[in-house]
Design a protein around this ligand. Structure first.
Ligand SMILES: [Zn+2]
Length: 141
């Protein structure tokens, strides 16, 4: 069960379109990247490579990319939102996603390609330290 308007993440339509293109370019592997946000409003998009050992099964941002993104986000005092794609399954955090998310504290945007070749769709989640999942809303502005 998820509350309907627990939180909202605003994404400019140009950035949302870039994210769709990025995750689509990685299909059928998982693809990942990050957003920098301030007060729930997306400021910047950081598409990255997937550094996971098995990119068909998981996705992580490599250390070098992560440091570069953090340094940049620091310049505008923003927050990192992590996003990645699920090639086959629903846009919902897997047990492994929940484990990573509750330790990182990032908001998670997940795309699903399950209706491929239709365009992927996205959902956003907040995952607390206990692993409790709360769904928010993505507002494409
Ligand atoms: Zn996942």
């Amino acid at each position: 069960m998820v509350a309907e308007t627990s939180f909202v993440v605003h994404v400019p339509s140009t950035i949302y379109q870039e994210m769709v293109e990025h995750v689509s370019s990685g299909y059928p592997n998982e693809t990942c990247g990050a957003l920098g946000s301030v007060d729930g409003r997306t400021i910047k998009h950081y598409p990255t490579a997937n550094a996971a050992e098995r990119p068909d099964d998981f996705s992580i941002i490599g250390e070098t990319d992560l440091i570069r993104i953090y340094d940049d986000i620091d310049t505008y005092d923003g927050e990192l939102i992590y996003y990645h794609s699920h090639p086959i399954t629903e846009a919902y955090p897997s047990p492994r996603d929940i484990d990573y998310a509750r330790r990182s504290g990032y908001l998670y945007i997940i795309f699903s390609h399950r209706h491929h070749p239709e365009p992927p769709y996205a959902r956003v989640f907040k995952i607390d330290v206990q692993g409790q999942v709360t769904e928010g809303k993505i507002a494409i502005d």
